[in-house]
Design a protein around this ligand. Structure first.
Ligand code: ERO
Length: 313
């Protein structure tokens, strides 16, 4: 029997797979379906302080094996998601879930975190520092001084488990620089990576961009797996061991989950393909990952987590 459970900080999750923020997790109906599925946890759609409509449509386009989105943070506002996770926590006190927040200003993030700090929520907060789709607001994760400033202000008062969702990095110097910042804080986890911004998808027949906002948006799916794995591996080699890694990006099958864990992920999130398949994907991925582990004689994910070999080994 293979054991797909995982542990982050002192919390155990029955399954190492879950949804990625943004996909099928924006309302109670979506979240209840995740609760009923084999996913080890859920994360709520990134919240802003108030209800937000998001960007004009069309703002998402499916591609073979992937997608582009410029959603622009459509969400029901923090109170909606906080209320949901608090009720769920009361009903299932042994479960840990993730509340994603993505203020478009530092002030909004601090105000939301004060609200969460003052509540009974004892799950994980995923602070999204990497939304590629808010016009006029750059991805904070690319500004290392700003990340330090934000985390300094956050950890001055927030003392419950908190992690950050990062954008993809493409240069080894940037891995070094972001890891040096993150290692200075009591983070519970980092989630790597958000969608790859800003791609451009074109409809060649119409000779027009595929989505609004000039056609630019975050790219997800098979195209981004090598970038995601490089980031999970790069951070795993650089972060202090107390910071767990959630691997996200390009997960379509059990092999992809296996590879993320080999690179050092303790948990793996599924975005684009979860959008295509819905919650039944977690049964399929669990079956596929279990089969790979059984064939290799692995009983638990700790048997191979972070144990990627190189030609130097
Ligand atoms: O546009 C969005 O709502 C969005 N899309 C992404 O690919 N990643 C995000 O982090 C995000 C909003 C926070």
């Amino acid at each position: 029997m293979t054991d797909l459970s995982t542990t982050i900080a002192d919390r155990t999750f029955s399954n190492c797979m879950m949804n990625a923020a943004g996909v099928r997790c924006a309302d109670e109906n979506d979240l209840n379906q995740l609760i009923a599925s084999p996913a080890g946890a859920y994360v709520t759609k990134s919240a802003t302080p108030n209800v937000r409509e998001g960007n004009p449509e069309p703002r998402m386009k499916s591609l073979p094996g992937g997608c582009i989105n410029s959603m622009g943070l459509p969400n029901h506002g923090l109170d909606y998601y906080l209320d949901f996770v608090l009720k769920d926590q009361a009903a299932r006190p042994d479960k840990t879930n993730l509340l994603s927040i993505a203020g478009t200003t530092l002030e909004d993030n601090l105000a939301m975190l004060h609200k969460v700090a003052d509540s009974d929520f004892n799950g994980f907060v995923e602070l999204n520092l990497s939304c590629p789709n808010v016009p006029g607001k750059p991805q904070v994760g690319y500004d290392f001084d700003r990340v330090r400033e934000i985390l300094t202000q956050v950890f001055a008062f927030y003392d419950k488990p908190l992690g950050v969702k990062l954008p993809p990095y493409f240069d080894l110097v940037h891995f070094d620089q972001i890891a040096a910042v993150l290692n200075d804080f009591p983070l519970t986890f980092v989630n790597s990576i958000n969608s790859v911004g800003n791609g451009l998808v074109i409809d060649p027949n119409a000779e027009r961009v595929a989505i609004k906002l000039g056609g630019l948006g975050g790219i997800g799916g098979t195209f981004i797996k090598p970038t995601a794995l490089a980031n999970v591996r790069g951070l795993s080699l650089r972060l202090k061991p107390e910071i767990a890694i959630i691997g996200t990006g390009g997960v379509m099958n059990g092999t992809d989950v296996f590879e993320h864990i080999l690179c050092g992920a303790s948990m793996v999130q599924v975005g684009t393909q979860f959008g295509f398949e819905g919650t039944r994907i977690f049964k399929r991925l669990s079956k596929e990952l279990s089969a790979i582990m059984a064939a290799k004689g692995y009983q638990s994910i700790d048997d191979f987590k972070g144990k990627l070999k190189t030609f130097d080994d």
